[in-house]
Design a protein. Structure first.
Length: 121
């Protein structure tokens, strides 16, 4: 029984350590900052140019309602809540053009809320 308690304690400690590292990265992101604002039905800017392998922080701000920011091909997603800055750390590992879009229905015209991340060598 004591071995199970110690093992469980180690697992819980590992979970809190990982959560703490994640919180630190979110609170203290590294890299140049790229700012985007979003409103019905526009990201501004709607095109971002990044360098492959270079870390950036993307800061998003909603000007009206809750929006989503999703870049499926780069594995990045967050909610963008009015009055709060959403921060994402991104280090693109492949070059190309990648579409980002709102994935929270925000009204008629929602499907037009898209943009592009261009990752260069």
């Amino acid at each position: 029984m004591k071995t199970r308690t110690i093992a469980l304690g180690a697992i819980v400690s590992a979970v809190f350590l990982i959560a703490g590292i994640t919180a630190y990265v979110t609170a203290n992101p590294k890299g140049p900052v790229v700012r985007l604002s979003v409103k019905r039905f526009e990201y501004s800017p709607n095109e971002i140019v990044l360098k492959k392998g270079v870390a950036v922080v993307i800061e998003l701000e909603s000007r009206d309602v809750v929006h989503g920011f999703n870049v499926p091909d780069l594995g990045v997603r967050t909610d963008v809540i009015p009055g709060k800055i959403a921060r994402l750390q991104l280090t693109p590992q492949k070059s190309g053009r990648f579409t980002f879009h709102c994935d929270i229905f925000c009204g008629t015209g929602h499907e037009e809320l898209v943009g592009t991340i261009v990752v260069t060598e």
